[in-house]
Design a binder for this molecule. Structure first.
Ligand code: PXP
Length: 236
């Protein structure tokens, strides 16, 4: 059964709308844990648009499940992450104007830099994952530099408007996941997953963890966070 990681960035986004303290993403993380999630995901962006430096310190101190910190390879963020010591980092591309992480990391294009960063974290006992598109070339590049965990970007699958294109995107994800697993990688997936499209991805045999944010927080507006996480956990 795949695990469920809940991304709490969207709670912080709401807090930032008024620049105050509410709603508190740490409180949200603790509630997600109570409802049965397996890890907490937070993205400390270079522009600090949602999660801030204090949040990551508090998350490290207070959560009891796995802390998966999403981040770019920006040197300032790398330093902060090394100091904080999450259980896992997930390296993602970051562009200033994007609404969310719009595509996967091009591992091949930054192999040297990525390998250096991965060693820094691995030496501290922190797992390193890369967020990549469902693409064999990217998987091989990750293997080449010794990365043991990948998260497959499910955004295109989630946005597919018709059955045919969704089936095409699903096949890419399934084939990539199976290939990566056959090479011994731990395979996670996420982005745009929701209460209707998650089952198909969760059904890929051997997939380790699904990381979901927006749709859980959106549902929580109506049902409360505890029920939103419990319902998603049941589907996963
Ligand atoms: N995984 C990664 C690497 C992400 O960047 C995001 C978005 O922050 C997610 C999962 C969750 O995406 P969503 O909020 O669409 O569920």
């Amino acid at each position: 059964m795949p695990k469920l990681g809940v991304n709490i960035d969207h709670v912080a986004t709401l807090r930032q709308a008024r620049g105050g303290l509410e709603p508190d993403p740490i409180e949200a993380a603790l509630m997600c844990e109570k409802a049965g999630c397996d890890s907490i995901v937070a993205h400390l962006r270079e522009d600090r648009r949602h999660i801030n430096d204090r949040d990551v310190v508090e998350l490290r101190k207070r959560i009891n499940t796995k802390f998966n910190l999403e981040m770019s390879m920006n040197p300032e963020i790398v330093d902060i992450a090394l100091k904080i010591g999450p259980d896992q980092i997930t390296l993602v591309p970051e562009r200033r104007q994007e609404l969310t992480t719009e595509g996967g990391l091009s591992v091949a294009r930054c192999e040297k830099k990525l390998a250096k960063i991965a060693i820094l974290f691995n030496n501290k006992g922190i797992d390193v994952s890369v967020f990549i598109d469902p693409d064999k070339y990217e998987i091989c590049s990750a293997i080449y530099i010794g990365i043991g965990i990948i998260e497959i970007h499910t955004g295109r699958y989630s946005l597919a408007l018709d059955k045919k294109s969704r089936a095409k995107e699903f096949k890419k994800i399934k084939d990539s996941a199976e290939y990566a697993m056959s090479k011994g990688l731990i395979v996670n997936a996420g982005h745009g997953l929701n209460y209707t499209n998650v089952k198909q991805i969760a059904g890929i045999k051997g997939i380790n963890e699904l990381n979901i944010g927006h749709s859980i927080i959106a549902r929580a507006v109506f049902s409360g966070l505890h029920k939103a996480v419990k319902d998603m956990k049941a589907l996963v």
